[in-house]
Design a protein around this ligand. Sequence first.
Ligand SMILES: [Zn+2]
Length: 659
Amino acid sequence: MQVPAPSRGSYHSMEDPATQSNYLQIATEHVALDWTLDFDSQLISGSATHHLLVKEDDVKEVIFDTSELDVSDAKVEGKSVSFDLKPKHEVMGSALHVCLPSGLKSGQYVDVTVEYKTTKDCTALQWLDKAQTQGKNFPFLFSQCQPIYARAIVPVQDSPSVKVKYSAKVTSVLPVLLSAIRQSPPSNGPAHDGKVIGKDLVTYTYNQPVPIPSYLIAIAAGNVRYRGFPQFEDKQWTSGIWAEPELIDRAYWEFSEDTAKFLAAEEKIVTPYKFGVYDLLMLPPSFPYGGMENACLTFLTPTLLAGDRSLVDVVVHELTHSWFGNGVTHAHASHFWLNEGWTTYIERVLLEVLYTPAHRDFSYIIGAKALKKSLTDFENEPKYQRLVIDFAPGEDPDNAFSSIPYEKGANLILHLERVLGGLEVFLPYVRNYVETFIGKNITTQEWKDHLYGYWAKHGGAEKIKALDSVDWNAWLSGEGLKLPVEMKYNLTLAQQAYALAAQWDAARSTADVSQLKFTPADLEGFNSNQIIVFLERLQSYAQLPLAHVRHLSALYGLGATPNAEIRFRFYEVALTDTGSESAKVFASEAVNWIVGEGGIEKGTDREGMVVGRMKFCRPVFRAVCQVDRELARKVWEGKKEAFHPVARRLIEKDLGLGH
Ligand SMILES: [Zn+2]
């Protein structure tokens, strides 16, 4: 068996279909940002200076991506030059063409400065009102640039194929955080350099010395405080958490124990952490997502504050991106699975290292449900069921966003691990893969070529034969509702949860619940994922009678738990049949939980704290609307201002209030 020649399939494609920039002719190596934040008019104004490497002789212009930016000037080496902002492409935005001096030679550098400000239509920035924060005293700003929104805050060659270092100087009346290392004022010094928060201007300086893809450029600003986690003496990096003062104690408690420990464990599996700082930022309750792996600064939803450290595993996923995605980066959207598939695979290896092999497999079982749903959702667009998606130029990568790159990708790598001889044999390859490509960006074909190259050297014919047994076409380009291989997982942890659910299902015929033998001890020894699987399994049966749902809630404390993942699944059980008595009774409790007014929240620091993460608030509003439309709309009207604009738009659509 010999190494097959690389096939030039669609998954070889190098050119990024979602950018209009000419990054193959000339590319940014460093960008210096100089920004001022204006919370009154909700704009960023300033400049970006690109240090560009010429890659092609006589290149005439540099083309940047922009989206809804107001460009006032462009300079080459400090002198104003002519520029042209082209009409807007619906997905890719407006290409900004800046003229370059003639006679540039490959290998030369040129500095180009663009002066601009953002506009009201900026898709990357969310300016929260005071009411949308936990403290309710100051506004808050945060960005989301993945996949192609960096161009909405800075003119940039907005492709993961262009990795840039950056420095930034940002002036603001509120503390500023960036996806980089703080230079001044010090993170652990007095908040806002001891000046008056919300009033005095302070200039924050940051530096990102490691080249990163543009989608990891990130900013947040608000009334935030820092608390460092205990340091490992033998580590060069530091780790800590940022949050509003109202959340900092709980946030610190939740994450201080495990974050640095996880990062250190990951270093043993892969390679040393390269970014110097690994901080978490707890966003206000209206943050509509779970997490985002911005360099040096993972953004997190406060729904992870379970009060028992049970949801801290989400951090494992985000910090794993430091190697897969932030370190080894996909060349462009078609190869996005290299980021998420690898991250999900390694995240689960870490679960095996930290807990047991059964925990690792249990995560695949939970993921299988999400994968099935995504594959079904795309039944009419089978192209998005593929692992490697052949995007047309200008096609929106967000259209394809789903669990598929995560779950199908992780299963492909797990399958490779198994055919190549197991985890022990496989991990040295993983390290070699990271060492080979860290700091670079790659296509699926480059990944596969390296894979074959590595195993040809470490194992020879036998391993190549194993690799050739993989149905590559089915894994990379296959469509349909099934994985190419029926994957087997260790079911130990799932079976306990399934068994308990079956007992509850069987108990429905006993009308007097006081006769039932369930006790709080049933859940002893269950981790939160097992409780989730137990509740998801219960939903697969017919609606339990009201008395049983009440009993379930009272016995296991499900309607009062601060663990949002569990409480959400409990309401799904209570509202399984929206015409049932149970649904009528629990609809109000469920929707009041979402807006922070549930009985259990009263008088606690959770009072008024919305559950703005879309994973929870949208399905609850949808279900409650089916049970009692008036109730859903009334609660919504009273609280909608506290939700993020993206969530607001989608919930209004769900409630039939859209225009
Ligand atoms: Zn991810």
